[in-house]
Design a protein around this ligand. Sequence first.
Ligand code: HPA
Length: 254
Amino acid sequence: MTEKRLAIIGGTGFASVGNLKVIREHSVDTPFGSCSSVLKTVELEGVEVIILFRHGSPHRIPPHKVNYLANIWALHEVGITHVIGVTAVGGISRTASPKKIIIPDQIIDYTYDRKHTFFEQDPQQVTHIDFTEPFCRELREVLLLMAAETGLDVLAGATYGVTQGPRLETAAEIRRMARDGCDVVGMTAMPEASLAREMGICYAVCSLSINWAAGCGSSKEMINLAEMEKTIEQEMVAVRQLLGASVRHLHLTS
Ligand code: HPA
């Protein structure tokens, strides 16, 4: 078995190491500019894991301004083989209600104007990656297995529609996304997932639904940002627990 080297990309609601012990910190220079944060090596469940904060620490970089190329390049540069991206999403399907943890298995990309490939510099190297399954099956299975073991009720499989942001969507946009087959909406899984695939990194997402997407709530009211924050604060504990169990499992099966 080859050694797995693990990283977590923390998203909204995951912008600090919390009470994890930081072993070391390093900044990596990349040909694409600066990463969102320094790479912090922490000890999680006795395993060394790198954490990178997608929106900076503290949170300051909006989804459309994240330097996804630098982030993935830096993780690859330091030898990371497996990445779990943590993302907050809005629920479109009834099964993706607020507070639910979701392990998506598909993506529809609605983003634009984001640098999204490592393969545009070199005209000699036209490379098409297979993206039939955008998330790494091995890593999704570990997340699902550990959710079952820790008694967490997660949604196993969902189509993640990725929007450009930073504004939230209109109700009509969400109705269109529902017709397209999206179960959840978020702003950050792309191009993170495809860049990780280009670099040969096994990448999966652990999403937390923090609101009903526009027009999906029962009273059709506007999205309440204070409620979203409250949900994040309460439910990130479960996400961190799932990450810890998954990291330990991945390490033991290295
Ligand atoms: N839309 C887009 N991104 C999000 C949402 C949403 O409703 N909730 C959390 N991230």
